[in-house]
Design a binder for this molecule. Structure first.
Ligand SMILES: Nc1ncnc2c1ncn2[C@@H]1O[C@H](COP(=O)(O)OP(=O)(O)O)[C@@H](O)[C@H]1O
Ligand SMILES: [Mg+2]
Length: 323
């Protein structure tokens, strides 16, 4: 039994602004993000549907090119969609990192080229992930929309960020402190008393502020909610159980659980093929597990006769997501 629907949840959180959907691959994250964005936009909020995932699918979902810039969705005056250009972001992050390492090396009087450090740092797949995460944070900070729906929750990243943030904070504070000491020593030793510009220090202070602000937004129960999507199947259930535990641990607000692709029994006659009856029996068993495991199921979405594409199908999905 659903005790609180998605619609009721949003009514109880009128300031809701950042909505995320997480779950195993293929469970319908992109579809639900699209449906939610459409619904929120039609409620009258200026809404951005954004994808930070390097493997984009919004253009295909909406049947229009939304790559590289926020693009108005046809026929929806309050909705824009945006697939962020991953390659562009990574190139920018690389350039930024190079600059920072150069500052650092120069300050420490080390005669090594920054490139070597940068190459090894950016070979790591986590680098792409964190570049994407930065992009998402930037969008949130720009604050140009009344609501944001993100396709593909940066699950591991959000968790890492929040888990790391206190460690990070300590580290940044330590760095700031030692830079201040180094600076005053440098000033003492130099004959000229003119103040040196310190871009690395500015960067560290800025980073600390950004981290604090990101944490504040991502843990704000009134503004942020992560919804987790599952199918009535073993693996997707196991995945979101894990996610929900992580998120609770880090104080990230969990909006609830959405169950997708449920076979409509009424549409299936008594004389249905054994294959279909078996799948229904399997779903029934996993639905019981879902009710037992999640007290916060918000919506049940049926398996449609076709894939979900275009605003008409998204609207149909939204009718269930916000029933
Ligand atoms: N309720 C549904 N009924 C029918 N097809 C669905 C439903 N939900 C999702 N799909 C289809 O399943 C596929 C996977 O959905 P998608 O949103 O891309 O998953 P994810 O983003 O989690 O990988 C897509 O082809 C989508 O159109
Ligand atoms: Mg997707």
């Amino acid at each position: 039994m659903i005790t609180k629907t998605t619609r009721q949840f949003l009514l109880e959180h009128p300031q809701m602004k950042y909505v995320f959907f997480g779950g195993k691959g293929g469970v319908g994250k992109t579809v639900m993000a699209g449906a939610a964005a459409l619904w929120i936009a039609r409620q009258g909020k200026r809404t951005l549907l954004a994808s930070t995932n390097p493997v984009h699918s919004l253009s295909s979902l909406l049947d229009q090119d939304v790559f590289g810039a926020p693009t108005p969705v046809q026929g929806e005056p309050n909705l824009q969609a945006y697939e962020i250009d991953t390659r562009d972001t990574i190139a920018k992050s690389k350039a930024e990192l190079t600059q920072k390492i150069e500052w650092f090396l120069k300050y420490a009087d080390i005669k090594t080229r920054a490139d070597e450090f940068v190459e090894s740092a950016t070979m790591n797949p986590a680098f792409e992930e964190s570049a994407m995460f930065e992009n998402m944070i930037d969008l949130m900070f720009d604050d140009e929309y009344e609501a944001y729906v993100f396709d593909t929750a940066p699950t591991a990243n959000a968790r890492r960020l929040l888990g790391m943030s206190s460690v990070y904070s300590m580290w940044v504070n330590k760095m700031v402190q030692s830079r201040e000491e180094a600076k005053s020593l440098k000033e003492l030793l130099s004959y000229s008393k003119k103040k040196e510009k310190d871009p690395l220090m500015d960067y560290l202070l800025n980073l600390r502020t950004r981290m604090e602000k990101a944490k504040e937004l991502l843990t704000d129960e009134e503004k942020t909610a992560f919804f987790f999507i599952t199918l009535p199947e073993a693996l997707p259930i196991a995945v979101i159980k894990r996610f929900i535990n992580w998120f609770r641990e880090f104080g990230i607000p969990v909006g609830g659980v959405v169950v997708n692709m449920i076979i409509d029994k009424e549409a299936v006659g008594e004389d249905a093929p054994e294959f279909v009856r078996n799948r229904i029996a399997m779903q029934d068993a996993y639905m019981e597990e879902i009710w037992r495991s999640f007290p916060n199921v918000r919506a049940l979405v049926p398996l449609f006769e076709t894939e979900v594409r275009g605003t008409e199908m998204l609207d149909r999905t939204a009718q269930h997501l916000f029933a």
